[in-house]
Structures are given as C-alpha cells and as structure tokens.
Design a protein around this ligand. Structure first.
Ligand SMILES: NC(=O)C1=CN([C@@H]2O[C@H](COP(=O)(O)OP(=O)(O)OC[C@H]3O[C@@H](n4cnc5c(N)ncnc54)[C@H](O)[C@@H]3O)[C@@H](O)[C@H]2O)[C@@H](O)CC1
Ligand SMILES: [K+]
Length: 221
C-alpha cells in the first residue's frame, strides 16, 4: 500500500492531471474496475455467485467494469442498480457494455435479501458521498451487511459506502467490508480511527496515473 494520503478534492486534481497527460477518464475507470476485480479473483479463485451493488455515479461505473470482467470469467453476476440507471457518461458507457453478457440486473434490494452470494462488491458510493444514508442507499447497505453476516466476502470499491472520504465520519448503516481496494493513493478515511475498521484489508491499486504527473506538492506526501 502506498503511504500517500490525499483528500477527495486532491484525488480529482490527480485524475484531471492523468486525463491531461493522455489517460482518459474512461480508461482510469477501466483500470480501477479491473484492478479491483483482480483482487477479488485472487481471494475467491473458484468464482461463484457475485452481487455487485452500483450507485449512479463513477463508483458505480467501477462496479460495472467489474461486472463485465466477472461475467466473462464465469461468475454468476447480479447487478443491483440501487439508485436507478447510471448517470455519469463513463458509468453509462460501462452499463451499455454489459448488454450482451449474462448479467442479471435488479433494482430492488429487498428482492435479493434471501438470495445467497459468495461475494458482494460495494460500488454504491465512493468519494462523492457525504451526509447520511437516504432510504434507498440504506436498504442497499443493509443488504450488503446482511450478506456479509451470512458469510459473503465483501469488497468495497475505493471506500465502504456511507463514509465521508475526508473526515472518516461513518453514517448509520455504513458498509463493513473485508477488503477495500482504493486507487492511486489512500484517502483520510482509510486511516481515520472512526472509519478504518469498516475497511478491512486495504489495497491501493495503480490505475495508470504516473507519480510524476501528480500536481506539485502531492507526489511527495
Ligand atoms: N473521476 C475519475 O476519473 C475516476 C473516478 N473513480 C471512481 O469514481 C468515484 C467518485 O465518483 P463520483 O464523483 O461520480 O461520486 P460517487 O460515485 O462516489 O457518488 C455518487 C453520487 O452520490 C451522490 N451522493 C452524495 N451523498 C449522498 C447521500 N448521502 N445519499 C445519496 N447520494 C449521495 C453524489 O451526489 C454523487 O452524484 C471514486 O470513488 C472512484 O471509485 C474511478 O473510476 C477512477 C477514475
Ligand atoms: K464503495
């Protein structure tokens, strides 16, 4: 794990620098989703039933990349669109890329409560989350936490949903993960005492943004 820690706003600057150096946002999302999937496959090489809970932003987009990779690898994939259709351009592109794959799409967390899964991917909220969980988000987080209590392995994409990236404040009902795969740099929540216990093991994955591209002042942190 890299020891550099950056805020949500600094991470956006780093991504902007990556894009300016010729690494498009869509490619960063692809790299993020595949890096997280590689970590999942390393822990559950046998595959199985996989629930991927997606929000409507770019964190959900990372989850949709994972859904594509996992379906091609033979997992039985269910995607829960917990907040409806993806809304950001890159997440919408990755949703369209699922069209010809055997991925089940669902919009109702309650419908999945009794279904057993070997693994759950939390791609509901990432660095964009702040405040408290609203009903749809809370229902999705409750489903993930119940699945974990029933034995499913929970991988959080970037951070467990329901946690504020910069303060580490955990909303009531936030996800508890076995593994958190974050990207490029760690964020304050990964080490804050209030939120670190929600993360489980933390892996910081390379998504192709070279250290020398980082805006001045961030590369040395
Ligand atoms: N920007 C980029 O280039 C990349 C972003 N990546 C991913 O994108 C994530 C950030 O994506 P976004 O900025 O789209 O945001 P998120 O996907 O983290 O959040 C989604 C939406 O949730 C909303 N939201 C905030 N608080 C809420 C609440 N309490 N209840 C309900 N909804 C709430 C936000 O308004 C936002 O629109 C990162 O965590 C990372 O996973 C990665 O794909 C790597 C590249
Ligand atoms: K997440």
């Amino acid at each position: 794990m890299k020891h550099r820690i950056v805020t949500a706003a600094q991470m956006k600057e780093i991504e902007r620098a990556g894009n300016a150096h010729g690494l498009p946002y869509l490619q960063m999302m692809e790299n993020a989703g595949l890096a997280a999937y590689t970590q999942l496959r390393a822990r559950l090489p046998q595959g199985g039933a996989l629930l991927i809970v997606c929000g409507k932003g770019n964190n959900g987009g990372d989850g949709l990349v994972m859904a594509r990779a996992a379906a091609k690898d033979g997992w039985r994939v269910v995607v829960l669109l917990a907040e409806g259709d993806p809304k950001t351009p890159d997440a919408m592109t990755n949703y369209a890329r699922l069209a010809d794959l055997p991925v089940t799409k669902c919009r109702d967390a309650a419908a999945l409560a009794a279904q057993p899964f070997d693994a759950v991917v939390d791609a509901l909220y990432g660095t964009g989350f702040h405040g408290s969980l609203r009903p749809a988000g809370l229902a999705a987080c409750t489903l993930m936490n119940r699945q974990r209590e029933s034995g499913a392995f929970v991988l959080a994409v970037d951070l467990p949903s329901g946690i504020n990236t910069d303060t580490g404040e955990a909303a009531e009902g936030a996800v508890r993960a076995d593994l958190t795969v974050t990207f490029d740099s760690c964020k304050p929540l990964h080490t804050a005492p209030s939120s670190a216990p929600f993360c489980g093991e933390i892996v910081c994955a390379d998504i192709g943004i070279r250290d020398e591209w980082h805006p001045a002042g961030l590369a040395q942190l």
